[in-house]
Design a protein around this ligand. Sequence first.
Ligand code: NDP
Ligand code: PMR
Length: 395
Amino acid sequence: MALQAASLVPSSVSFHKEGKCIGFKETSFFGVSFSDHLKAEFHAPSLRIKQESRNGMIKAQAVTESPSINQATPEGKKTLRKGNVVITGASSGLGLATAKALSMMGNWNVTMACRDFLKAEKAAKRVGMAKGTYSVMHLDLASLESVRQFVDNFRRSGKPLDVLVCNAAVYLPTDKDPTFTADGFELSVGTNHLGHFLLSRLLLDDLKQSDYPLKRLIIVGSITGNSNTVAGNVPPKANLGDLRGLAGGLNGVNTSSMIDGGEFDGAKAYKDSKVCNMLSMLEFHKRFHEETGITFSSLYPGCIAETGLFRNHVALFRTLFPPFQKYITKGYVSEEEAGKRLAQVVSDPSLTKSGVYWSWNNNSKSFENELSKEASDEEKAKKLWEVSEKLVGLA
Ligand code: NDP
Ligand code: PMR
């Protein structure tokens, strides 16, 4: 890691001013030839910008389902009730910025599902979220029991669930040895993937029951899990292999703590978990979109280089990473901008297309991005689903 941090700006990299294109000398960097990957990352946006109109299924819902219209207002006017969105990890970074953006829209009740209740309350107040637009509920994704408890508590609150955002994550790039969740899974995959997998599987029923015209399950992905990009080729690269470590329980005792069965590597474990997030979204889409009308989405919100995600990285990395992303790769976005992007995936009526991995171009316009071969591998998505079901006690 120290090597990676110290090598943030290699001499073989040059960049055009507009931030549209990065030129790498045709030498390999970290043993990777970048020229093959640049096309997908930097030219895809202009080719693929596409604002989807509503698909037939959602339109049909809007017509046939009316209970979300409250007709009992004093004036007898029809008003759409507020939408209810649950955001995991809303106590900082992207989750907090998204919660704030939605709470300011005025038509959302935001449930901040957080492991540190007090931190979340303070954060909501600090960023000026108005009373009555949000509530905080305890959720520790590193404990399956806590996930089940959260689902029970949420149901007891009596609120319908219209949108679930699986956002929380940990990134442990400097750890030499694995740490584990309450259930004995390696912490990054256990939190980022398995905790969210159980949460979204359990809450799928609640989403199905929602009468709101817009029902969505969003699982935050990332560019670093996609090997069809430059960022996704920075070692260590994501690779789930044949999932033998995951199938063994990721407990590091009798089996590996890594999904592919290899030696522990914290940075790789995070990137693997992001591949799992994107594969899960695709498998949800395949299994449930047609039947339920729920929109399943993933996204890369941009490089939000100053969030708490990098709290465990070396100090040098935390100093150099923001200017590197701002001035060299031009991939940097502020927390506020990233929050608006995720809030758009939650609430924009035009982003109803399901099974999409959203990204944004330099003008902050959304487009359907392409997932890497591994992050869109249907066989792997199915296997991941089945193995994960067993690990979280659903099969
Ligand atoms: P932050 O560290 O700021 O936010 C992560 C959130 O997850 C925090 O609220 C944290 O809680 C919460 N969290 C961690 N562990 C648990 C747990 N066991 N149970 C419940 N909540 C937990 O990072 P970001 O905002 O950057 O990350 C948010 C998402 O964005 C992640 O999915 C990440 O992969 C993704 N992403 C980030 C990018 C970036 O450049 N930063 C780029 C692409 C994707 P607490 O406050 O208590 O620590
Ligand atoms: Mg990356 C060329 C574009 C680009 C983009 C958009 C990112 C995003 N990164 C890019 C390039 C590079 N990075 C290059 C050329 C290098 C080598 C110098 C590089 C290095 C690097 C490191 C060491 N980058 C990193 C790290 C991390 O520790 C971060 C990470 O992988 O976290 C998992 C990271 C990131 N780069 C990004 C983004 C968005 C990250 C953050 C993490 C994430 O996926 O959530």
